[in-house]
Ligand binder design. Structure first.
Ligand SMILES: [Fe+2]
Length: 432
């Protein structure tokens, strides 16, 4: 056994443990009644997420990688996300909170044993511990989903965290990204998912992109200017949705005589004008951009602004370089319960001078979700391929609720253009 393999096993164990600690915090913050309740038809009850995390871990690591006997084959169907919509999951004979905790703990014990013995090379599934990395990211992604469920929950606040850092200086304006080639996607990142692969050359014309995400203050100016009442700024589908859903402001915003208020995890306070806006859908983002005389960046433009280093022509893993994110680089991992003010992460800036691409708020792009040239589904079609097409828009960069293991310069998220219960914001771009 090589030193490198030992190091990888230690890393996997640490990452599995970090994910489980977060899952535990999110599910122990509320009582059993809250765990089984549906806080929104958009979301599963928290107890479903909990056992689903364990079930995916069992399927991939206990049964597939480990070749072990099933722990609970009888519950596979209940926790298959493709079999039951979120809306219907409370009607299922789910494991109760005590059973769900016991099940996930039993699975984890077996997985740590598999981790000690499994080869971490030889097949694509285990190469550089890919399957373990996929499961770490899966649990962290559900933790972000559970955090979004907490945001929809009604009741006294149960989560707490220190406030994010404040701005180190105002960041305004845009940068010019020169025309030319860059490398998009990755063929080398060990835990990159199928939709991030392979690395490929993309040629873009010159464009401008905002140095910072759109803030609450900027977004409020769009509202005050009548942006929600003027169909000129909206796509036709967007205007239909704005009418049908009676959109007037980001989700969780209310107004009183003093101005806009934002209710975050059970606490209501005036909006901070310097924070990136969150809880806007793609249609709202696109309408703001049109009102501002701009547009949303394409996914390729976002990635070039985030990764391309003009000094070397190389694409970096993250805007600041190849180092794993730290608290100085980006607002990630639920360390804080909201985005940080624009300018709060000078150490996270990209070579072109673009701020806060990673963390704070997911950023809507104008792009539909598709496979890159040479895409191959792995380890199963349902990971990404079944979602390809015009129904989903790509989001980039992660939010304050995204763990560092589940985001990088190449990471792609996707959702319906009407969705805004996620921690979604945006920045603008325009043709040069
Ligand atoms: Fe899942």
């Amino acid at each position: 056994m090589t030193h490198e393999t030992d190091r990888l096993r230690d890393l996997v164990a640490t990452e599995l443990g970090r994910a489980r600690d977060r899952t535990t915090r999110l599910t122990e913050a509320v009582d059993d009644g809250d765990l089984v309740r549906q806080h929104s038809p958009l979301m599963s009850p928290l107890v479903w997420d909990l056992a689903h995390v364990g079930n995916q871990e069992e399927l991939w690591l206990v049964r597939d990688v480990g070749g072990r006997e099933p722990v609970r084959r009888d519950i596979d169907e209940l926790y298959d996300a493709f079999k039951h919509s979120r809306r219907d999951r409370t009607q299922l004979p789910l494991l109760d909170p005590r059973e769900a905790r016991k099940y996930t703990a039993t699975v984890r014990d077996k997985v740590l044993d598999v981790l000690d013995r499994a080869p971490l090379e030889g097949t694509p599934l285990v190469e550089r511990a890919f399957a373990f990395g996929m499961i770490v990211q899966h649990e962290q992604q559900h933790d972000e989903t559970m955090l979004a469920t907490h945001q929809l929950r009604v009741g006294a606040p149960v989560l707490s965290a220190p406030p994010p850092p404040v701005s180190a200086g105002k960041i305004t304006g845009e940068v010019l990204v020169p025309a030319g080639e860059f490398t998009m996607g990755t063929s080398t990142e060990a835990w990159a998912l199928d939709n991030e692969r392979p690395a490929h050359r993309v040629v873009l014309p010159a464009f401008h992109i905002d140095r910072a995400p759109v803030t609450n203050g900027e977004y409020a100016a769009f509202i005050d200017a009548g942006g929600y009442d003027d169909p000129r700024w909206w796509t036709s589908a967007g205007w239909d949705h704005r009418q049908a859903a009676s959109l007037v402001a980001p989700m969780h915003w209310t107004s009183d005589p003093s101005g806009w208020l934002y209710t975050r995890f059970g606490r209501t306070s005036p909006i901070n004008p310097d924070e990136p806006v969150v809880h806007v859908c793609w249609y709202e983002a696109a309408a703001y951009a049109a009102w501002a005389g701009k547009r949303l960046p394409t996914e390729a433009e976002w990635e070039k602004a985030a990764r391309w280093d003009p000094a070397t022509g190389r694409s970096l893993r993250y805007p600041w370089g190849d180092d794993t994110p730290t608290a100085a680089h980006a607002n990630l991992g639920q360390s804080h319960l909201g985005p940080a003010e624009v300018g709060a992460y000078p150490a996270g800036v990209s070579p072109l001078g673009v701020h806060q691409l990673i963390g704070d708020a997911w950023e809507w792009t104008s792009s539909d979700f598709h496979g890159y040239p040479g895409f191959a589904p792995f380890p199963y079609r349902e990971y990404s391929e079944v979602f390809f097409g015009p129904d989903y828009k790509v989001l980039r960069g992660g939010s304050f609720g995204t763990d560092r293991s589940a985001v990088r310069g190449t990471f792609r998220n996707w959702d319906y253009p009407i969705r805004r219960q996620i921690f979604s914001g945006f920045r603008c771009a325009r043709d040069a």
